[in-house]
Structures are given as C-alpha cells and as structure tokens.
Design a protein around this ligand. Sequence first.
Ligand SMILES: Cc1cc2nc3c(=O)[nH]c(=O)nc-3n(C[C@H](O)[C@H](O)[C@H](O)COP(=O)(O)OP(=O)(O)OC[C@H]3O[C@@H](n4cnc5c(N)ncnc54)[C@H](O)[C@@H]3O)c2cc1C
Length: 366
Amino acid sequence: MKRLVLVGAGHAHLYPLSRAREFAAAGVHVTLIAPGQFWYSGMGPGMVSRTYEPADDTVDVEALITRNGGTFLRDEVVRIDPAARQLHLRSGATVGYDALSLNVGSEVPMERIEGAAEFGLPVKPIKNLFDFREAMAAGGAARLRRIIVAGGGAAGAEVAANLWHLLAAHEPPDITVLHAGERLVEEATPKAAELVSRYLTSLGVKLLCGARAKTARPHELQLEDGRCLPFDHLLVAIGVRAPALLRESGLPCADDGSLRVNEHLQCTAHPEIFGAGDCVCFRERCLPRIGVYAVRQAPVLHGNLLAFLRGESLQVFKPQKRYLLILNLGDGTGLLTRGGFAARGRWAFWLKDWLDRRFVGRFQVT
Ligand SMILES: Cc1cc2nc3c(=O)[nH]c(=O)nc-3n(C[C@H](O)[C@H](O)[C@H](O)COP(=O)(O)OP(=O)(O)OC[C@H]3O[C@@H](n4cnc5c(N)ncnc54)[C@H](O)[C@@H]3O)c2cc1C
C-alpha cells in the first residue's frame, strides 16, 4: 500500500481527513500526525466572551481519521528529510511517506518583541484564548485588569472586543490596543477600520496607532518611542509567520518561512510534497493569512493528493481576489467586510455564527 502522511490538523486537512476512505479505495493508507485536536480560529475570539465553548470550536481529528480508516499519531514533526522521504517526530519515531501534505499553520513571531515570549501570550494557537479566559475566571479578573493587546489587525481587534465583554460584567476593564500601523484592521477597507475603531473606543478601549512594542518586562511594555505602558496581561497579535520546521528541513521557502508551492499546491522542489493554508506561499505571492484560503484550498489539495498517488493529472488552485471577513465584536454584532464594502450589525454576526457552526459541524464526529 502507498503511504500518504498528513502533517498538522489545520483548516485545510479536515476535508481530506473526512474523505480518507477515498484514499483507501485507491490503495493508499492515510496517517495524520498532529499534537491534538483541531481548533477553529473563526470562533476563537468568541470563546473569550463565552459566546462559544471548546465543544463548539473543536474537531476531534483522531476520531475523524480513525473512523475513515486511517491512523492517528499524536505527535509533532520536528524534521522532514525529503531525500529519504522520512519524517522525524518529537517522540523519536520516524515515519516514511510516498506523498506528504503539510498544513502546519502559522505562529505569532514573539521574537519581534523582546521578552514577549516570557511575559506575553500569543493569540495562536487558538487554544491559548480559551486558556486565558479560564485563567481570568479563576481569579485574575477581579484584580488584574490592565490588558494590552499588541497588534490591531482583525485578530487583535476581535480579541480586545470580546475580552471587554467578558470582563465588563464586573467593572469596565482597562484595555489598550497597540498597533504599529496608522489604522486598525489594515487588511480591510478604511471604512471597516473606522467602524472597528469607533466601536472599540465607544467601549472605552484605548487605541494607540503608530506605536510599536519593543520590550516586554514584568508588568511593563516599552515602546520604540520610549514610552512605557503598565500591564497585568499582554496578548500578542502582531501577525504570523510559518513554523521554522519548513526552512530548517531545507525545503524551498519564501521570506516568511512558508513553503513555496506551485499552482497545484505542490512543493516547487519535491513533487511528492504538497501543502496548504498559512504555511505555504502560493506561486510568487503569499496569500493573506486567513482561514478562508486554507478552506478553499482543501478540495483541490485532496483531489491532487489522490491524483498524484494514482499518477493522474493535477488540478489548478485559483485563489479568489475578494473574500468575506466578519469580525465578532462580542456584543452580538459583527462587522462584515468584503472588497470595498463594510457594515456592522446583528445580522452580520448571525451570518458569521451560521457559517462557522456549519463549517465545524461538518467535521465533528458524533
Ligand atoms: C484570533 C484569530 C482569529 C481569526 N479569525 C479568522 C476568521 O474569522 N476568518 C479567517 O478566515 N481567518 C481567521 N484567522 C486566521 C486563521 O487562523 C488562519 O489563517 C488559519 O488558522 C490557517 O489555517 P491553517 O489550516 O493554515 O492552519 P491551522 O488551522 O492554524 O492549523 C495548523 C495545525 O498544525 C499543527 N502543527 C503545527 N506544527 C506542527 C508539526 N510540526 N507537526 C504536527 N502538527 C503541527 C498545529 O498544532 C495546528 O493544529 C484568525 C486568526 C486568529 C489568530
């Protein structure tokens, strides 16, 4: 039997995991290597405000793959040896493959703020958001209320809003969003940025744009312009980069460490290696680091893995130019933005909630 190994239980691998029987029918055994269950990022900020619980936001990927005839290894890949077609795992085991698919996501580059790894909490992995909420509930909420969210992109803005709604039940918290750019949510239109800024300001969240964090120390964040801000909790949402694994394994990578793939989502140097989601750089340009692309790539990835193993021709992935982004603002409203359009309302959150629950529900094993 041929061996297909999927590394990482990300947004793009749920689809092939749920259809692993198609590989078995083609004489291919599928193995998934992942450190744990899948956490859906779209509902992550909503976990902070208790809109969602982990049961809403997670997929038991072990159950998903084993139910579909594959093997689950709860482990982590620490090195890929493309010449030997072998994976080295944290446990010390090695696993061989005939085809490999990488969906290892991205990490917050904590090293960009000195001391952040020690005194801050990255917003990825998504489970951190749940752990933070639980830690606040366990006692911190009443006393330790000065919170800095470093990074005012969509993730930072959503986390700040949901955190405010979690804590405001006691008394309004002291939350500051620090953003290096001139306006929040730069990935969306100026109108969307204005709506988010106005909303956060109306809650009493302080916004510091054009301010870059330099050094985190216990309870103090120093900015590049010399100012020092006190904090009890520092959440870091300053963007993402690919895990070091790809570059350290000698695979062809873009500047941010993501795997270079062609129009078939196939590694440019090793045709038996495929990849999708945040960890790849698609052709010459890296796509925005949003789950939407990982989800859209999934069926093409699945089809191409099957076709490659059968010796058939591969499909082309055509990324959409515009995408729908809905921010959960934590009060039952959402901010919807697509292309040049941006609007806020309850209807936007309902739509997001419906889309997110439908997506996760498709893969949850009952
Ligand atoms: C707070 C927040 C909210 C967001 N909200 C949205 C949203 O609403 N809509 C949207 O489109 N995007 C959103 N994003 C962006 C989105 O999270 C990413 O684009 C998405 O997670 C990318 O999915 P992926 O499939 O590439 O990887 P992921 O879903 O991140 O999964 C990668 C998996 O690989 C595993 N892994 C990593 N290294 C290894 C290894 N060496 N061995 C084995 N397994 C490994 C990880 O444990 C992880 O489970 C949000 C991001 C954040 C931080």
